[in-house]
Write a protein that binds this ligand. Structure first.
Ligand SMILES: [Zn+2]
Length: 63
């Protein structure tokens, strides 16, 4: 899996914080937090993979 990274700033390598602020869980509209290369819902715990810097928010693919 290839992820574009800003090598000098790993905290924003996966997603910019502005984008994180806009994203919510599509199931329950709760906040997501970044866990590795996935977004994890703080409420229901679903995982949403980030593929090439784009969050995959399809509920069908959430684990
Ligand atoms: Zn959720």
């Amino acid at each position: 899996m290839t992820v574009l990274v800003q090598e000098n700033d790993p905290t924003t390598a996966v997603l910019p914080s502005q984008l994180m602020d806009l994203l919510v869980c599509p199931v329950d509209k709760q906040d997501l937090r970044l866990h590795g290369h996935e977004l994890v819902c703080t409420s229901c715990g679903r995982h949403y993979p980030i593929e090439d810097g784009i969050p995959n928010m399809l509920v069908e693919d959430a684990g």
